[in-house]
Design a protein around this ligand. Sequence first.
Ligand code: FE2
Length: 416
Amino acid sequence: MKIINARLRHQPSLFTLECEEGRFSQITAQDTTLNSPCDIDAKGQLLCAPFVEPHIHLDAVLTAGEPRWNNSGTLFEGIECWALRKESLTIDDVQQRVYRAVQLLIGQGVQHIRTHVDVTDPQLTALKAIVPLKSVLAPYIDLQIVAFPQEGILSFPNGKALMQQALEIGADVVGGIPHFEFTREYGVESMRWVMELAQTQGKLVDVHCDEIDDGNSRFLEVLATAALETGMGDRVTASHTVAMHSYNNAYCSKLFRLLKMSGINFVSCPTENTHLQGRFDSFPKRRGITRVKELRDAGMNVALAQDSIQDPWYSLGNGKLLRQVDFALHACHMMGYDDFKTALDFITDNGAKVMHMADRYGIEVGKPANFIILDGIDDVSVIQKQGDVLWSVREEKVLLERQPAMIKQQVTLATI
Ligand code: FE2
């Protein structure tokens, strides 16, 4: 496959990319625009590595309103609604919804997905439905599965055994939810147990950590200390960490030293967290997003994710990660030109680091020929336009081709 007239991130010239046997074989800078035979003429648009969705709950997608709507909009009513919906889960129900959601994600240029799957279900129905899809969907996406104890590990009957069983069935990552455990002691103990399990099984860790507006919820320091002391470091991800929004600045400053030393990753879900958090506030209402800008500026790895597509916690969502970037730039006060210039990092390279797949991700000779072409010439214009994904290609196979909108009636001074 040959692609001409592509613009790469942070490069001034156009490029020709050649691929062989599903990998990039040559990447060459062009002196001028080419008009030669090719498979794809990028027409000067931005070619970059596919978008990465590092935090979504595929088992719950497309269930908003079933069996009832989350009327309060709180995380906890969401968990109640989901507990009701879980009773009617079947393998076919889960798989049909996952297919529809993956289709939406592919349509938005995503090729790498980390899904949390609720394992606080004695039957483990959702997990059993999704594990086989890893190989079925491999031609289209990479799927990483987190064993996620939605209702707690120590606070749910047989919680530990269910987690262990989930890993045996095929989960890749060990999850946790310390702030939802019955007591702080259970939360701390759950973190110790999660890290030990991951170490003995050689798994990654991704914890729903302090997803609550309680500034006293401080399991992040427990997780980061464990990551530091065990040497697990960047194999560990702290998702949400919204309590950090409410920490006092003196504590947060002290915490940042530990976080940086630990090397852990962060995932923030901006639309979901703003929707779910601040629900117990009058005015002013907290935004509930972790300190994305401050973590990034301190040199830590932060990725953005959607969390939900139309489920009991968030009834909107369409697979478009650019929406998350747009929202985070606004809500986290990252509206400077320098912020825009690297904004796509949040949904590309940073997510790849979270998924621990940086060695096979990126536009480099020898790496898999996975890429997208966006309507825009660089991060800034893609963000400004919320530019569509025009092409998505995976190991030379075209997953998606989209024509840019054509305006049929040009507005001119004469027509006004
Ligand atoms: Fe989540």
